[in-house]
Design a binder for this molecule. Structure first.
Ligand code: NAP
Length: 258
């Protein structure tokens, strides 16, 4: 399998790392030359990765082309590239609707994909729309495939990806508090990471609903019940909902104006 990447930024770096870490990595991965630093690093790390002279060479050399440029660059980058019938495109771009992607890469076929940076570790969700056997086969070793039921659903799931930085800050805030109470910095850091990693694994693998897991963690009159009540009272979870509403509205506005 020969795979090409248009746009070698942060998410391509994660996807290429994941792809090259599976038992049977793709025979050839061809990267567009920008960003030069990331492309050079990937070519150094993985013997099946090479850097093309330009975007046209990426398309010519690949059976599957991953489009991972910023949405504003889509038109300029994709227009006039030598896409061919039978070729397959995975668009990672936010905000660019499938119909527009398909127009830009015709006569190749295209689907949309939402990976997270955790794809580098071959973990986490990978949203796909619409379903395509070839894409599922490629992505299956890289995480948990979530088949969106519609493009609107893909966009709604995209909204939740805005919570990556708040999630990290949640952990950082816990670590800072532990440290302020006198726990050694390294221990506070390790404890916080390990605690939330364990809880995330429990949530990911348990057959209980998330509401059941929440309730199981609360002994009546206990510490978890108190913390949950106080955070709820302070409007923590309302703020989360409001932020998701605002992100969804921003995505919808950008989508329609774009
Ligand atoms: N980051 C994520 O977690 C994530 C997740 C899902 C989807 N996405 C989507 O993936 C796309 C890329 O996101 P990103 O975070 O990886 O952004 P990024 O780091 O800015 O990567 C975009 C890359 O495209 C390159 N580029 C610009 N013009 C180009 C051209 N004419 N030809 C080839 N490459 C060109 C840029 O090079 P320069 O640096 O030299 O300008 C940059 O390296 C976006 O559409 C985003 O919506 C991102």
């Amino acid at each position: 399998m020969r795979i090409g990447f248009l746009g070698t930024g942060r998410i391509s770096q994660a996807v290429v790392t994941g792809l090259c870490s599976v038992v049977m990595p793709p025979e050839r991965i061809t990267l567009s030359p920008r960003n030069a630093g990331i492309a050079a690093e990937l070519a150094r790390r993985f013997s099946n990765v090479r850097i093309a002279a330009d975007n046209a060479e990426v398309v010519a050399a690949s059976e599957i082309v991953v489009v991972a440029v910023r949405p504003d660059d889509a038109e300029v980058v994709l227009r006039r590239l030598p896409f061919r019938a039978g070729q397959k495109v995975l668009s990672l771009m936010a905000l660019v609707p499938l119909t527009r992607v398909r127009e830009l890469v015709a006569p190749a076929g295209a689907v949309r994909l939402l990976p997270l940076p955790t794809i580098a570790q071959r973990e986490g969700p990978i949203v796909l729309y619409p379903h395509a056997d070839w894409a599922e086969k490629l992505l299956e070793p890289l995480g948990e495939i979530v088949a969106a039921g519609s493009e609107a659903e893909l966009e709604t799931l995209w909204t939740a990806t805005a919570l990556i930085a708040p999630f990290m800050e949640h952990l950082a805030a816990v670590g800072r508090w532990l440290e302020a109470q006198g726990v050694a910095t390294a221990r506070a850091d390790r404890y916080t990471r390990s605690m939330f990693a364990g809880l995330a694994r429990l949530a990911a693998t348990s057959e209980a609903t998330l509401a059941e897991l929440r309730d199981e963690a609360q002994t009546p009159g206990g510490l978890n019940e108190q913390a949950l009540r106080e955070l709820r009272g302070a409007g923590s979870f309302d703020a989360l909902q409001r932020s998701l509403d605002a992100i969804a509205a921003r995505l919808a506005a950008a989508h329609h104006s774009g």
